[in-house]
Design a protein around this ligand. Sequence first.
Ligand code: AMP
Length: 229
Amino acid sequence: MTGRGFVRAFSDWKFSVITLALSKGRIFDETLPLLAAAGIEVLEDPEKSRKLILPTNQDGVRVVLVRATDVPTYVEYGGADLGVTGKDVLIEHGGAGLYQPLDLRIAQCHMAVAAPVGFDYQKAVRQGSRITVATKYTTIARHFFAQKGVHVDLIKLYGSMELAPLTGMADAIVDLVSTGKTLKANNLVEVEHIMDISSRLVVNQAALKLKMARIRHLIDAFASATQEA
Ligand code: AMP
């Protein structure tokens, strides 16, 4: 096959396949019933397989497994046609170039400020004061404290944020809270609710035009399954 022939065959194949980007864990598990509503069954268990591309019972649909924070990037650049990702991830990414048709109401939790038990948070955030906050979610935290008129020194972390106040590196953290058990286990308390978080369906805008009927079918099936849940 010539180079041009290969490119044509690849783009024909790409046009015929719908690729959905998911992250392992809660989002993957909670997306399965939505896929089932569209007649799609993922044929391998990501917890058992090392494969990054999972086949489904439909030849024209596959799932790619990526880090949660990479889902918007894969969809933005066309590595995937659609993806499921948290509102937190979308805000941090910026959401440029992504069509966001649906709140799937899965992987629900909330974003909060937490501080060590006994820390006088109200005093620390009085207008004009300064606070040091460790977080992975710097865009959300910066915007939240700016709205309150609080000067914030942000320390960017990629995990285990609970450790930052315990080691004296920060006064507080901004993190996702689900059951609250992680905060409690680390002697931290929630001092402020920032926003509710759930996962959304995101779609590549070019794919939406090129594969309109198949993507619409998925969006409609996801929408009715979400309403029934
Ligand atoms: P929990 O102990 O149930 O409150 O869970 C808190 C821990 O789980 C924190 O480390 C969070 O970053 C993480 N977490 C909770 N909910 C989510 C979610 N929907 N997506 C990603 N991480 C989460």
